[in-house]
Design a binder for this molecule. Structure first.
Ligand SMILES: NC(=O)c1ccc[n+]([C@@H]2O[C@H](COP(=O)([O-])OP(=O)(O)OC[C@H]3O[C@@H](n4cnc5c(N)ncnc54)[C@H](O)[C@@H]3O)[C@@H](O)[C@H]2O)c1
Length: 147
C-alpha cells in the first residue's frame, strides 16, 4: 500500500452496486479503478456521466471523475483492495449462476499480489467465497510454477 495509507481500489462490475460503491470510495480520496466488460459503460463513466438511475449519483460520479479519482476500463488493474460486484442471476434451473463471479475472480487473480484484499459484494450462494478463494490460490500456484 502507498505511504499516504489510502488504498488503491479496483471495483469489478460498475452497475447498481459497483458504481455507487466506486464513486463513494473515490470521494473518500482513494484512487479507484473501475472495471466493466461493457465498453459503453466504461466510456460513459469516463465522460463523468452515468448509465443507471440512482438519485444524486450523477453529480458524485462527475466530481470524482473530474478530480481523477475514478477511472474506468475494461481491464482489471493492480490495486490494494478489489471489490467484485458482478451479476449473479438465476439460471434456467433457478440456481444462482456464479460464472460472472468466477470470471471476475480469474481476472483479479492475474494482478493480485501478497497482502491484497478481495471483497465479494455480489449476492452469492453459500460456498462461492470458498470457490473464489480456491480459484485465486490455483492461479497463484500456476503463476509461481511458471516463474
Ligand atoms: N441492485 C441492487 O439493488 C442489489 C442489491 C443487493 C445485492 N445486489 C447484488 O449485487 C450484484 C450486482 O448487482 P447489480 O444490480 O449491481 O448488477 P448490474 O447488472 O447493475 O451491474 C453489474 C455489472 O457488472 C458487469 N460485469 C459482468 N461481468 C463482469 C466481469 N466479469 N467483469 C467486469 N464487469 C462485469 C456488467 O456489465 C454490469 O455493468 C448481484 O449479485 C446482485 O444480486 C444488487
Amino acid at each position: 500500500m502507498k505511504s499516504d495509507s489510502k488504498p488503491d481500489v479496483c471495483v469489478v462490475g460498475l452497475g447498481y452496486i459497483g458504481l455507487p460503491t466506486a464513486a463513494i470510495v473515490a470521494r473518500a480520496g482513494c484512487q479507484v479503478h473501475g472495471v466493466d466488460v461493457t465498453r459503453s459503460v466504461v466510456d460513459t463513466i469516463n465522460r463523468g456521466e452515468i448509465h443507471i438511475e440512482e438519485v444524486d449519483l450523477d453529480g458524485l460520479v462527475q466530481g470524482v471523475v473530474a478530480r481523477g479519482l475514478l477511472k474506468a476500463s475494461t481491464e482489471v488493474a493492480q490495486a490494494d483492495v478489489f471489490i467484485i460486484a458482478v451479476p449473479t442471476p438465476f439460471d434456467a434451473n433457478h440456481a444462482p449462476d456464479i460464472s460472472y463471479v468466477l470470471a471476475a475472480g480469474e481476472a483479479v487473480a492475474k494482478v493480485l499480489k501478497a497482502g491484497d484484499t478481495v471483497i465479494l459484494e455480489s449476492t452469492s450462494p453459500v460456498g462461492t467465497t470458498e470457490a473464489l478463494r480456491d480459484l485465486i490460490a490455483r492461479a497463484a500456484r500456476t503463476s509461481s510454477a511458471r516463474a
